[in-house]
Write a protein of this length. Sequence first.
Length: 226
Amino acid sequence: MTTYLITGANRGIGLEFARQLSRRGTDAVILGTARDPAGAGELARLVHQVIPLDVSDEDSIAGLSAAVGDRPIDVLINNAGVGSEQRSIEGLTLAELNRVFTINAFAPMLVVKSLLPNLRAGNRKSVFSITSQLGSIANNKGGSSYPYRASKTALNQLSASLANELRAEGFCCVVTHPGWVRTDMGGQNATLGVDESVRSMLAIIDRLRAEDSGTFFNYDGTTLPW
Ligand SMILES: NC(=O)c1ccc[n+]([C@@H]2O[C@H](COP(=O)([O-])OP(=O)(O)OC[C@H]3O[C@@H](n4cnc5c(N)ncnc54)[C@H](OP(=O)(O)O)[C@@H]3O)[C@@H](O)[C@H]2O)c1
């Protein structure tokens, strides 16, 4: 039996993780978070527990820790994220940089911090953070989307530090690009269905080993340049 905790699980990629994991029956215990649990009807039918969580609010992260209690967590899926419409240097504001960095980069680390005792007690010790290929500096040929790109680059760096710090304890901390996926964020022109993206990422999660810690995966299991 494996216990998964998925942030931002009420729609998009997070909800599809809950759908596919729920098909594993008693092999998977799923905890899903949502900013508005009352509006997360499908999620509630799929998971063991829906936990309220706004990742941009430290009190809410403390509430997550209280709700989980001393239950071991095997796999944390840091999925919650936001896009940004600020695409040019002229349009850039500090408020938007702060908002997007807080949710996409800083919050995943604070969630890990709050759940460290639970992850340490788990059998898998896996932290699977959803990044974007737009966070790759090596692949940045297009510019634009300043807050979003840079927040995912920061998430990659923070995850690399996490992997290094927790390696000796047997943790496996990776970042993964889900592909360009048809969700509210990805839009209808995206190339990948949410079912295929999540099926592929679950295949990565299922075969994660400690030696993989610190890897930047593409959804298909290949690696991406930093
Ligand atoms: N779709 C793509 O093509 C694509 C490509 C690369 C990377 N990604 C990444 O994949 C992840 C999931 O994206 P998606 O496509 O599924 O996006 P989505 O459909 O827009 O869903 C985003 C999820 O994040 C949650 N969220 C946003 N702000 C939050 C906050 N402050 N606290 C807690 N939860 C919050 C949302 O909750 P609410 O419903 O309450 O807003 C929602 O559950 C993100 O990290 C995204 O950056 C997506």
